[in-house]
Design a protein around this ligand. Structure first.
Ligand code: NAD
Ligand code: ZN
Length: 358
C-alpha cells in the first residue's frame, strides 16, 4: 500500500503590508502568566525603527540573533540554556529575520522542552516533545523556512535539520514591508533559493499535483519579479513573499534536488551561505536542469548580479572527499532529482568533477 505523507503545517498565517502591527493582539492569547515572550531578532535590526514596534509586555525580552554564520547547534543550545536559567519557562519565541533567525527561533523553541543538545535531534522525527509557542516573521523572502518542517543547523558532525512535526511555526506573520531595506544582492541570492526550489521540485521525480500547483505559481511569481520588472518595487516584495511561501509548500510534498545536495557540501566545508551557495552550483547544472539554468542565467544578467566562481580552486583531496560525503548523504534529494537509480548516475567521480568546476 502506498504511504502518503501526512504533514503538519503552520497553524496560523497573516499576510499583508502592515500586518506586523497585529502582533500584540496575535500573541496575547498565547501568553502564560509570568512567562515572557522572547523576540529573537536578526542583528541587522539593532538600532532600527522596527524595535520600537515590538509589542513588549511584562518581562518580555529581545535577543539579537547573531547571523554572521548560519545557525549552529552550539548557538541554539546556548540560547535555550540562557533562557532556562533566566526564566525557567517562557511563553514563546518569535523569530524575526531571514531564514537564519527563523530557524534559530524554531530550534530554540524545541530545545526549551527537549533534553540534551539540539545536535541529538538532527535528522528525521527525532524530536520527542512539542516546543514552546513559536512564531516566524520573515524580513527576507525566499528560503521557505517560514513554512517548512525543518530548521537547518550545523552541528559537530553534520549539517542537517531538526525535521519533525513539532518544527513548523504556530504562527507566521507575512508583512512584505519588513523586507524594504534588504540589500539587492542578498535579496537576489535568497530569492534565487526560492526559484531553485521551484525548478528542483517541478523537475523532480517526487512531483505530484499538490507540489506542482504551488511550484508553478511560485515559479511564475519569480519570473515576474526577476525577468519582467525593470526596477525593484513594493509589488516585488509582495510577490516574493508569496513565492517563498508557495515554493516552501511545493517542496513540503516533494523535495529539493541537485543544487541543494551539492550546495550543502560547500556550506559544510567552506561555510558558504545557503542562497549564494545554491546560485554558485545552479550556474553549472545545465546537464540536469537545462531550461531552469538558462532562465537562471537570464535573471542573473538582468539584475547585473555576480555569481562567484573558482571557489573550489586549491582544495585538496581530503576536502573534496568531505564535500562529496556530505552531498552523497542527502539521499532523498538525489533520489528526487535523478530517480531510484541515482547512485548509478551521480558517481563520486562525477560529483568531484562538478565540485572542481565551481
Ligand atoms: P539569512 O537569514 O542568513 O540572512 C542573510 C543576511 O541578510 C544577514 O546578514 C541578515 O542580517 C540580513 N538581513 C535579513 N533581513 C534583512 C533585511 N530586511 N534588511 C537587511 N538585511 C537583512 O538569509 P536567508 O537567505 O533568508 O536564510 C538562509 C538561512 O536559511 C540558512 O541558514 C539556511 O540554512 C536556512 N534555510 C532554512 C530552510 C528551512 O526550511 N528551514 C530552507 C532554506 C534555507
Ligand atoms: Zn533552499
Amino acid at each position: 500500500m502506498a504511504q502518503f505523507r501526512n504533514f503538519k503545517m503552520v497553524s496560523y498565517v497573516v499576510y499583508g503590508r502592515g500586518s506586523f502591527n497585529q502582533l500584540d493582539e496575535i500573541l496575547s492569547p498565547n501568553r502564560k502568566a509570568g512567562a515572557p515572550m522572547i523576540f529573537l531578532i536578526d542583528h541587522f535590526f539593532i538600532n532600527k525603527p522596527l524595535l520600537n514596534r515590538i509589542p513588549l509586555r511584562g518581562n518580555d525580552k529581545i535577543i539579537f540573533a547573531d547571523v554572521t554564520h548560519e545557525p549552529k547547534t552550539s548557538y541554539v543550545d546556548a540560547l535555550a540554556t540562557q533562557l532556562k536559567n533566566e526564566f525557567g519557562t517562557i511563553s514563546g519565541v518569535i523569530g524575526i529575520g531571514g531564514g537564519s533567525a527563523m530557524d534559530l527561533a524554531k530550534a530554540v523553541s524545541l530545545m526549551m522542552n527537549n533534553p540534551g543538545s539540539s545536535a541529538d535531534y538532527q535528522g528525521w522525527d527525532l524530536v520527542k516533545n512539542a516546543g514552546v509557542y513559536k512564531a516566524g516573521i520573515p524580513t527576507l523572502s525566499g528560503t521557505g523556512a517560514e513554512v517548512s518542517r525543518t530548521t537547518v543547523l550545523t552541528g559537530p558532525l553534520k549539517k542537517l535539520g531538526m525535521n519533525s512535526d513539532f518544527t513548523p511555526f504556530d504562527q507566521i506573520v507575512l508583512d512584505p514591508e519588513l523586507c524594504a531595506n534588504a540589500p539587492a544582492n542578498q535579496r537576489f541570492y535568497t530569492g534565487m533559493d526560492c526559484y531553485i526550489h521551484c525548478i528542483e521540485s517541478l523537475q523532480g521525480t517526487y512531483l505530484n499535483e499538490f507540489s506542482k500547483s504551488y511550484g508553478e505559481k511560485a515559479l511564475e511569481l519569480c519570473q515576474e519579479i526577476f525577468l519582467k520588472k525593470e526596477t525593484w518595487d513594493e509589488e516585488c516584495d509582495d510577490k516574493l513573499m508569496m513565492a517563498s511561501y508557495a515554493g516552501g509548500m511545493s517542496i513540503a510534498y516533494s523535495q529539493v534536488g541537485v543544487a541543494h545536495a551539492v550546495s550543502y557540501g560547500l556550506s559544510y566545508l567552506l561555510g558558504i551561505r545557503h542562497g549564494i551557495g545554491n546560485c554558485i552550483v545552479m550556474n553549472h547544472l545545465e546537464e540536469y536542469y537545462p531550461e531552469g539554468v538558462a532562465e537562471f542565467k537570464r535573471m542573473v544578467q538582468q539584475g547585473n548580479f555576480e555569481i562567484p566562481a573558482g571557489i573550489c580552486k586549491g582544495l585538496n583531496d581530503e576536502q573534496f572527499e568531505a564535500m562529496i560525503n556530505v552531498s552523497m548523504g542527502m539521499k532523498p534529494l538525489w533520489e528526487n532529482a535523478l530517480g531510484k537509480d541515482w547512485e548509478k548516475i551521480m558517481t563520486r567521480e562525477k560529483l568531484r568533477a562538478l565540485y572542481e568546476k565551481l
